[in-house]
Structure formats: C-alpha cells, structure tokens
Design a protein around this ligand. Structure first.
Ligand code: UD1
Length: 371
C-alpha cells in the first residue's frame, strides 16, 4: 500500500510525527511525506522536523503565505500533478489548516481514498477558517479518525456512516507522551528566569483575536493586569507580532515590566515551559488538549471550542474575550488549586498505532484519476 501524508503548518507536524513513524515500521507500506510549505520559517516548521525526528519530507512544495484562496489554490495546483504521478492508494491528512483542505479536495477530485485524522471536531462557528476546513474535509474523507466521542456524533449528524468512523484517540498526545520527560528536563522556566508554577504562559494567533486592533487592545489590557500579579511569558506568532506593530500597540506591550515577548518556541521548549506554568491563556486548539494532559489550568480566549472533552474532562475553561472576564478567571486560577481532571479516553500515547492497524485492514480501491 502506498500512503501519501500531507502536512503544511505548525500544528500538523506534531500530529504526523507518530503516524509516519508507525507507518514506516511496516515494510508492506510505502510512506511518502509531502510538506506544502504553508509554514516555512525555521521556528514554524524546520525545528519540529528536527526535534520530533520526522524524516525530511520527500517533497516540499514551497507554497508559502497568501490569502486563504491563494494559499489553498496554490497547494491544490502543486499537489495535483504530484498525486497523479505518485498514484497513491491512500492520502492521509491531519487537522484543519488550509493545506489539509487543499489536499482533501485534490484527493477527492482524483478519486484517491482519503483518511482524515482528527475528524469530527466542531466549534459550529463558521467565522473560524479552521471550522470550514474541518467540515469540508470530513465531507470528503472516506475514513474518519476521531479523538473524542462527541466527534462521532457530529459526523453522524452530517450523514456519515459509523462504518467509516474510527475512534482512535489523539496523536498529538502520542507526541506529548513521547517527549514530556525530555522537555521537562530542559528546565525551561529557569532559562527564562521564571519559577515553576509561578508564571502565566500566553499564546494568541487567531485572526478573530489579533486582526482587529480593538480586540487585540482588549486582550493586551487583560494581560497587562495579569502581569502585575504574576510574570507572563508570551511566545509570539509572526502574524501576532505584525498585528501588534500595525495596531500601534508595541509601546503598550513594551511598557509591561512583567511581560516577556519571545519568538515562537520549538516543540520541546514550549512543552517544557507549558508543563511548568501556573496557568496558560491561549486561543490555540492544540494547547487546550496538551494542558489537559499536563493538568495545567487553561483559559481559552475564545467563545467556543471544538474540543469539548478538554472542558468536561480536562483543565480547560472557555472564558471568551472580555478583558474583565479574562482577568477574573486568571486571578481565580492563580489563587485556587487545580480542580479535578482526568485523561480523556484513549489519550494514552497509542493513537498512531491504532490508526495504522486500521489502515492495514483497509482495502482502498486503486486510484482512478480523471486525467
Ligand atoms: C495557520 C492555520 C491555523 C493554525 C496556525 C498555527 C489555517 C487557516 N490556519 O494559521 O489553523 O493554528 O497555522 O500557526 O491554515 N508566517 C510567517 N512564517 C511562517 C508562516 C507564516 O511569517 O512560517 C506569517 C505570514 O505573515 C503569514 C501569517 O504568518 O501571512 C499567517 O500564516 P498562515 O499560514 O496564513 O496562517 P496562520 O495564522 O499561521
């Protein structure tokens, strides 16, 4: 069986790492890794391949940034001839970035069987580009691998039959389990002159949060109050760094004595710093999951989540974007000890094994291209 795995952006890399490693353990499977180049900076891409020991991509399409339409179209244009040439039995995509959708569209148009890892997550908020990518990718996928039970219900509601849905757990947690000890041994808090359990970690990059100067101003005002109480470390996504400058907020940020802005961190450094935090404030999807396993309180600065198990089982709280509400939730999280949390079902470090075991039982029809 020839399996082509497609990745493009930062959150894809920690998801594909355990899958590719597992696939490559089987001699009867030929595994090809394609990087679309949606993310291209060392800090956003290369470092993850090194640290997670992901084999160099067999193909890098170098697509880069652009509007959503440009980016999606460029990935499609680059992937079509490649898929035709490779003639795979299965295309495997992970997550919900533009590269995921683009690869799914090309696979479907070429009638190549498609597997989607992390299927069925729904925020029911079409303002999020990722929600559109998730819904459309799932509508096209032949095999849908889910991370939490609610995902299957979402998929059933969209008319997808149970026989194509496989509840396998969370590959992102496979990667966390594999690297946690190594990350914790780096003593990351000390490297930033911070004390374990006595700092907050912030990440922000959603367009809905950082593209509007008013919204960004409000979120920074909340961070300002929080940093008066506890040191705050903020690894800044390139989009966010640009938006802070464009909104004329750089001076506001510079004036916060207890806030430290740093460039995006690699996987191990970030995991190490996250594991030692008193609390995390974020708009990321993956970080909601990782803090759930680490038992670190997470305040999600969004109005909804597509990952409800992180709230029902884990340490996640959806606090929205109102600055007073964020500050109140942060103060409470700093003052009180963590509430109970448990490991969501099948978030045990073995999801990739389950996925590959299932792939080996599939008998995807050979490719029939329209070309
Ligand atoms: C993308 C994903 C998002 C994911 C995020 C993680 C989509 C729709 N969004 O958002 O789901 O959570 O990645 O980071 O696919 N840039 C660089 N260097 C890079 C990559 C990007 O400087 O290596 C800058 C560029 O100015 C670019 C901007 O960041 O225009 C946004 O990049 P893009 O890939 O469009 O989306 P993200 O916001 O990173």
């Amino acid at each position: 069986m020839k399996v082509v795995c497609v990745v493009g952006a930062r959150p894809n890399f920690m998801k594909i790492a355990p899958i590719v490693a597992e696939l490559r353990g089987f001699q009867d499977i030929e595994t090809i890794l394609v990087h679309t180049g949606q993310h291209y900076d060392n800090a956003m891409s290369e470092i993850f391949f090194q640290e997670l020991d992901i084999q160099k991509p067999d193909f890098n399409l170098g697509v880069g940034s652009g509007t959503h339409t440009e980016q999606t179209a460029q990935v499609m244009l680059a992937l079509e001839p490649l898929f035709v040439n490779l003639c795979p039995d299965l295309i495997l995509v992970v997550g919900d970035v533009n590269s995921t959708l683009a690869a799914a569209l090309v696979a479907t148009k070429l009638r190549i069987p498609l597997a989607h890892i992390e299927a069925g997550l729904r925020s029911y908020d079409r303002e999020m580009p990722e929600e559109v990518n998730r819904v459309l990718t799932d509508a096209m996928a032949d095999y849908l691998f889910t991370t939490e039970p609610e995902a299957a219900q979402n998929l059933r509601r969209e008319g997808i039959n149970d026989d194509r849905i496989f509840f396998v757990g969370n590959v992102m947690i496979d990667t966390l389990v594999r690297h946690r000890k190594q990350a914790e041994s780096l003593n990351m808090p000390a490297r930033f002159n911070l004390t374990t359990d006595n700092y907050a970690l912030v990440t922000l990059h959603r367009p809905s949060n950082v593209d509007s100067p008013t919204m960004l101003h409000g979120l920074l005002a909340a961070i300002n109050t929080i940093q008066l109480r506890i040191p705050v470390l903020f690894p800044v996504h390139p989009r966010t760094r640009r938006r802070i400058a464009e909104a004329g907020l750089q001076q506001t940020v510079d004036a916060m004595a207890n806030l430290r802005l740093v460039d995006p961190l690699g996987y191990l450094d970030f995991l190490g710093i996250m594991a030692g935090a008193r609390l995390v404030l974020t708009d990321s999807g993956g970080i909601q999951e990782e803090t759930t396993i680490l038992g670190v309180p997470c305040l999600t600065l969004r109005e909804n989540t597509e990952r409800p198990v992180t709230v029902t089982a884990g340490t996640n709280q959806i606090v929205g974007t109102n600055p007073e509400r964020i500050v109140a939730a942060a103060m409470q999280a700093i003052e009180t000890r963590i509430h109970e949390f448990r490991q969501p079902e099948l978030w045990d470090g073995h999801a990739a094994e389950r996925i590959v075991a299932i792939i080996r039982t599939l008998n995807p029809k050979r490719v029939r291209t329209h070309i």
